[in-house]
Design a protein around this ligand. Structure first.
Ligand SMILES: C[S@@+](CC[C@H](N)C(=O)[O-])C[C@H]1O[C@@H](n2cnc3c(N)ncnc32)[C@H](O)[C@@H]1O
Length: 214
């Protein structure tokens, strides 16, 4: 992957199951490749961007929770895309399209304010200090995402890593265009795979909401 950014995702073996492979045969129907493709798909509707969806269960929960809303779901790994497409097809959901790759790559070309909700559930934690620069949630992320947000758009971020939480909380003072809140939000109550793992391993999950003020 030739992203302009340091990878924010962990290298995985990329093993793809037969059923994921089978689901990926329909990728071209569900895929958006450019930001213009996203605009076309979300035109005149509420639009959500779900970043790093993993197995896609949370994305499906968003589609069920927010009817009449179009969702762009982004993930770096084909295995995840294959899983999500299987669920999308089984449930005959028409409101989800996928971007395969580093989400930042489609956000850095042109921009138009279309997304009113953005979700980043359990971004890869990059726990070691020397890896912190790989973390997705950073001042750069907010700079890239902001021009794509509608008025009062909300960005939800959950993490179970204390040090990542601290670094997100530390961002709030410099992000004067956003209202910062920490709490429990109905939008993110669904337990993702990584949420379940955090609970099992006894880590506290924190969720943050950044609302665009201007
Ligand atoms: C720890 S997993 C969490 C998956 C899922 N959200 C959940 O809660 O179960 C983080 C996911 O984000 C994806 N990811 C990391 N950086 C990304 C980026 N820049 N663009 C798109 N996806 C990314 C990774 O590939 C990985 O699947």
């Amino acid at each position: 992957m030739n992203s302009a950014y340091l990878p924010s995702f962990v290298k995985r073996l990329g093993r793809i199951t037969e059923s994921q492979k089978n689901n990926l045969k329909d990728l071209s129907f569900y895929e958006v490749k450019t930001i213009a493709d996203c605009w076309e798909f979300v035109a005149n509707s509420n639009a959500i961007l779900d970043i790093g969806f993993g197995d896609g269960d949370f994305t499906i929960s968003l589609a069920e929770k927010f009817p009449n809303t179009r969702i762009i779901a982004s993930e770096v790994y084909k295995s995840g895309i294959g899983s999500l497409l299987g669920k999308v097809k089984a449930k005959q959901i028409e409101d989800i399209k996928v971007f395969l790759g580093d989400v930042r790559d489609i956000l850095i070309s042109e921009s138009k304010p279309v997304f009113n909700k953005v979700f980043v559930m359990f971004p890869d934690p990059w726990q070691k200090a020397r890896h912190h620069k790989r973390r997705l949630i950073s001042p750069t992320f907010f700079k890239i995402i902001k021009p794509h947000l509608t008025d009062k758009a909300e960005i939800f971020i959950s993490t179970d890593w204390e040090n990542y939480s601290e670094s997100i909380i530390a961002l709030k003072d410099s992000l004067t265009d956003f209202l910062f809140e920490e709490g429990v939000f109905t939008e993110t109550t669904f337990e993702t795979r990584f949420a379940k793992r955090a609970i099992k391993e006894g880590r506290l999950i924190k969720t943050f909401k950044f609302t665009l003020l201007k």
